[in-house]
Design a protein around this ligand. Structure first.
Ligand code: RIB
Length: 301
């Protein structure tokens, strides 16, 4: 069984700041680091480090060739990554504050140059039972989801960053949703996800997507797994000294899906994912913060 991550590849410019810049303000950053990132690349690296045969598909410009090497060093097969001459690689401007929190400006660049021909070419290399992992940083998602469904791939969707267009996707084709609180609320049409009690959100998600698996991550509050009308499973978050939360959610997604593909039970995969995410939070950067399987399995704070 193979995992295909069809998603973004970004150059992350991470500025360490004392606080996020406000309207009209100019601030100095304490440091600037350039990291490999993009939700797609991060999740591909996490899937591969979790121990599954992983392929990445997407587009970069010639300025992003070093990102291909990062993927390959993590064991990801990059034969489906296209290098485009006329596009710049996607990038992210990330402010990382003293609490480890971040805020991000995204420039899609080559990530938005996916074509249906490319999607067809990529998907023809996969078969029923393989797993497709998607986020919301590339174009042509509706087409990719429909084609993947026809082929019989298992479709995992992390609808991040959340925006109105996600509601137009063929969500009925999705087998597994990886969501945070805000994404859950928006999928449910609620105004304020923070106001909703966890139990309400979980119940409503189960009702809205009765045949899908749903994983709801809530940072320090842990995570939940729900399927159909079954009882939700709760996973605690492992303690970690937060340095940079960038890619913690991507790490969780890759290790949970990777764990399940390797035959772990839901509680085992949730536990492994929570350990991996805690390690990632304590390290700076996006994909460089993603642990190996051995590190995640051994994490005992
Ligand atoms: O999820 C973290 C990622 O979001 C960063 O690596 C950045 O590139 C943005 O896509």
């Amino acid at each position: 069984m193979k995992a295909l991550c069809f998603g973004s590849i970004n150059i992350d410019y991470t500025y360490r700041v004392k606080h996020f810049v406000k309207k009209g303000e100019t601030i100095s950053a304490d440091s600037l680091h350039i990291f490999s990132g993009g939700k797609g690349l991060n999740q591909a690296v996490a899937l591969s480090r979790a121990g599954v045969e992983t392929y990445h598909a997407g587009c970069i410009g010639e300025d992003g060739l070093f990102l291909l090497r990062e993927l390959e060093e993590a064991g990801v097969d990059t034969r489906y990554v296209h290098v485009l001459k006329r596009e710049r690689t996607g990038n992210a401007i990330i402010q990382n504050d003293l609490n480890g929190d971040n805020c991000i400006i995204l420039y899609g660049g080559a990530n938005r140059a996916v074509t249906r021909d490319l999607a067809d070419e990529v998907l023809s290399g996969f078969q029923r039972g393989d797993c497709l992992v998607l986020q919301n940083e590339i174009n042509e998602l509706p087409y990719i989801i429909r084609r993947a469904r026809e082929i019989g791939l298992k479709i995992v969707l992390n609808p991040s960053p959340m925006e109105a267009s996600v509601l137009e996707l063929p969500l009925e084709c999705v087998d597994c949703f990886m969501l945070n609180r805000v994404e859950s609320a928006q999928l449910l049409g609620l105004d304020d996800g923070n106001a909703a009690a966890e139990t309400e959100l979980i119940e409503a998600l189960g009702g809205r997507f009765p045949s899908a698996e749903i994983v709801l991550t809530m940072g320090e509050k842990g995570s939940f797994y729900i399927r159909g009308g079954g009882r939700p499973l709760r996973q605690r978050a492992y303690p970690a000294e937060a340095v940079d939360t960038t890619a913690a959610g991507d790490t969780f997604t890759g290790f949970f899906i990777g764990g399940r593909m390797r035959g772990l039970s839901v509680p085992e995969a949730m536990d492994l994912a929570a350990r991996a995410a805690a390690i990632s939070v304590a390290r700076q950067g996006a994909s460089p913060s993603i642990p190996t399987l051995a590190e995640a399995a051994a994490y005992a704070p």
